[in-house]
Design a binder for this molecule. Sequence first.
Ligand SMILES: *[C@@H]1O[C@H](CO)[C@@H](O)[C@H](O)[C@H]1NC(C)=O
Ligand SMILES: *[C@@H]1O[C@H](CO)[C@@H](O)[C@H](O)[C@H]1NC(C)=O
Ligand SMILES: *[C@@H]1O[C@H](CO)[C@@H](O)[C@H](O)[C@H]1NC(C)=O
Length: 326
Amino acid sequence: MLPTIVVLPILYTICSASLFIKRQHSADFTAIEDSDYHHCPNALEIENIKKDEFLDLEFLDGLCKNVAGVIRMRVSGNFYGVAEALFNKLPRLEEFQGNDMTNLTELNLATWNLRQIDFSRNNIEKVTIEFMDELVYLNLSRNKLSDENIVMTSMRPSLSLKLRTLDLSYNALTRIDTLYPFWNLRKFILNDNRIAFIKPGILQKYPNLVTLNLARNKLYDLPIGMFTGLIHLVNLDLSHNRLNDTKIRIINSLRSLEFLDMIGNNIKDFNYDDLDHHLEVLRINDNHIYIHGKKVDLSTKEAQKQKMVLLQWYHHNTFNYHEKYL
Ligand SMILES: *[C@@H]1O[C@H](CO)[C@@H](O)[C@H](O)[C@H]1NC(C)=O
Ligand SMILES: *[C@@H]1O[C@H](CO)[C@@H](O)[C@H](O)[C@H]1NC(C)=O
Ligand SMILES: *[C@@H]1O[C@H](CO)[C@@H](O)[C@H](O)[C@H]1NC(C)=O
């Protein structure tokens, strides 16, 4: 479907065409381009190039008529803040994306009826979020969040919150003790932080996890009990931490685990038979990579085929790997 370009105030320019091509699902966003005042499209895209603006209802009302009918919204540019009750006033909004806002350093909001919120790639140092039931996807990747500056609350019981995906990668977290317990969370993305230790009992707040990505943190230990109860966990990425040989067997308790990556740690001694586990893919270090329990020798011709298997696996599990890691 081709976007119909709504003609609106001159300062709100359309993003470059390449942006529309990058993501398939974005083709139906309507960018705001010129100088007129029309009905808002269902999917509205705004790139603000004016001096710092505050994203609130007045601002949106100045762009197009009946903004309350917008279903999806994508925003970028010179915004320094988002009105706390904004989403409350947009009853049909299901998806909000706000990226590349250099001056957005603080967020304070409630999720209302939104299903997807993406505030990745800003400079957010502090967030206060009140969760309502409907939200399934929250992306706060690539911001500047530290432990004490993530405040999550909800008046709703943890069981009724539908959040499935929480991405906090590329921030400055050192622990996850204070994060909200999301009972229904499936995908917890925490790579590229500074997490050194996760106390037993903490991950049990997310009993339905399927994917846990802790790559490129500072984990030096896997305490006994850390993974207890994660009976649905399929993908575990512990690569590029500071783990040593001694604790690998802790994964024996993860009976659904199919994929484990521990490459880039400090593991020297490894004996597959010490594990009482049958994983699909296991990467310990360059010399110990296994697919269905069979050791893969990456120096042979056969390796090319194996590489494909691994790549497909990574693709499936959206770990964002590049071939250079293999
Ligand atoms: C950020 O805010 C400062 C001060 O208001 C302003 O001068 C600057 O242009 C803004 N930068 C961006 C990228 O929005
Ligand atoms: C979160 O946003 C980042 C940056 O925009 C993106 O690369 C990543 O894939 C998103 N995470 C998820 C789980 O969709
Ligand atoms: C492995 O790491 C633990 C925790 O840091 C440490 O106590 C232990 O001495 C290390 N063992 C080896 C063999 O380096």
